[in-house]
Ligand binder design. Structure first.
Ligand code: ASP
Length: 474
């Protein structure tokens, strides 16, 4: 007999069906026992005799064979999609018993200690809110893929084991076994690859890309890795990039978030200076009513200064002696009419950078890129690159000597967009297995020590500080 999904029982009154799923709840009523059986489509009420139900507990996995019955009118449950029917069980097979759960799953979960939720994430995801968030996330990336492919974009995967792309954060590095003493870096973003794909002539690239940044924990970021819609276009103006994103997200909200409304269209474009003077921030929350959970206020912040003052934290740029650090990243083009200021007053140069803001969160950023090797070289000098640091980017400068189209792009964060659009308190609520804010992975206990054998193969000897941490652990 084929399996019937709980949602399909409503059209099978009078039929014998086989249901497979979890016992959601159990209610004993003397001569009969009710259970709500749960599968990926929802719940249906099942009626059993006490002997059939004898061993059943919440979260057991069961197969139930029974007849679908219409409920009498006064017993219809309007809150349940299958509330017009119930299944009268003739046979029950207990497939897998569930131990008592270490956390409740019939609440929002936000009241539970997050460490416990992440340790038992596979149970935490059973709760409605988490399942719905993950389903919506999948619909969002599917929508984006379909939309962009129709617009002539090609999805391309770029390497994870690679060389650093400086985006203003610390790299994660991976030791090489074949070339002992050398390291890969995990990409902070596919920035350099997507620019080289423009040299390659693809013209329109996108990727739902994983990015890795070893930043100190922040409330609105998952530690370590995040997902962004990375895209790049050739022969494009800043206006065209902004319009593409605005159209795509407007349609996406309409289709996938029908309860939400976008407060203002077209989205306001606010120069950085105006945002700072008027709102005191470059990511203003432009909602008319911040108590309204269904309001989405998108805006663009543009005309950022190309440089900020370099601080101690910018150690990964230049020699540490230069005054300037890029506001966005070092591939961002200066405004055409400000180019001469690079020689006279660099802090006055505006960059062709655009940040996407939603309800007070920066959910993405991008820019028109430098495509002239001599301007790129000038930027490298201004941020204090030494000749050997410049050599690390030789591939970019070389690529640009073979006919490079003017290009630009953007990378809206998928986790951050979902968090802001759903009004979730953290990005971890929209990620299946997020790393905790202290850097511990969900369910599996990483980071964890490498075995002496692994270290030996990599030619790595641990410094004393690591050894004493290990000794303390054991
Ligand atoms: N690579 C940039 C980032 O990850 C985005 C971009 O400039 O397209 O923020």
């Amino acid at each position: 007999m084929n399996r019937t999904l709980t949602i399909d029982t409503i059209s099978k009154v009078g039929e014998l069906v086989l249901l497979k799923g979890w016992v959601n709840t159990r209610r004993d009523h003397g001569k009969i026992v009710f259970i709500d059986l749960r599968d990926r489509t929802g719940l249906v009420q099942v009626v059993l005799t006490p002997d059939l139900a004898a061993d059943l507990h919440s979260e057991d996995v069961v197969y139930i064979t029974g007849t679908v019955k219409a409920r009498p009118e006064k017993l219809v449950n309007p809150k349940l999609a299958t509330g017009t029917v119930e299944v009268e069980a003739a046979k029950m097979e207990l497939i897998s018993k569930a131990a008592e759960l270490p956390l409740p799953i019939d609440t929002s979960g936000l009241e539970i200690d997050e460490e416990i939720r992440l340790k038992y994430r596979y149970l935490d995801i059973r709760r409605n809110r988490m399942t719905n968030n993950l389903r919506l996330r999948s619909q969002v990336t599917t929508f984006i893929r379909n939309h962009l492919v129709k617009e002539g974009f090609i999805e391309v995967e770029t390497p994870i084991l690679t060389k650093t792309t400086p985006e203003g954060a610390r790299d994660f590095i991976v030791p090489s076994r074949l070339q002992k003493g050398n390291f890969y870096a995990l990409p902070q973003s596919p920035q350099q690859y997507k620019q080289m794909l423009m040299v390659a002539g693809l013209e329109r690239y996108f990727q739902i890309a994983r990015c890795f940044r070893d930043e100190d924990p922040r409330a609105d970021r998952a530690y370590g890795e995040f997902t962004q819609l990375d895209l790049e276009m050739s022969f494009v103006t800043q206006d065209e990039i902004l319009e593409l994103i605005e159209t795509m997200f407007t349609r996406l909200i309409k289709e996938l978030f029908p309860d939400k409304h976008i407060s203002r269209s077209p989205w306001p474009r606010i120069p950085h200076f105006e945002a700072k003077t008027k709102y005191g921030t470059d990511k203003p929350d432009l909602r008319q009513d911040t108590n309204d959970p269904d309001e989405l206020a998108f805006s663009w912040t543009i005309d950022f200064p190309l440089f900020t003052e370099q601080s101690q934290d910018d150690f990964y740029y230049g020699s540490g002696k230069a005054k300037f650090a890029p506001s966005h990243h070092m591939f961002t083009a200066p405004h055409h009419e400000d180019i001469s200021l690079l020689d006279t007053d660099p802090m006055k140069v505006r960059g062709l950078q655009h940040d996407l803001v939603l309800n007070g969160f920066e959910i993405g950023g991008g820019s028109i890129r430098i495509h002239q090797p001599e301007i790129q070289d000038k930027i490298f000098d201004l941020i204090g690159f030494t000749p050997s640091q410049k050599l690390q980017f030789e591939h970019m400068l070389r690529a640009f000597t073979y006919g490079v189209p003017p290009h630009g792009g953007i990378a809206p964060g998928i986790d951050r967009f979902l968090m802001a659009a759903l009004g979730e308190p953290s990005v971890r609520e929209v990620i299946a297995f997020p790393t905790s804010s202290s850097g511990q992975t969900a369910v599996m206990d990483a980071p964890s020590p490498a075995s002496p054998q692994q270290l030996k193969e990599l030619g790595i000897t641990l410094a004393d500080v690591r050894l004493s941490t290990l000794q303390k652990r054991s």
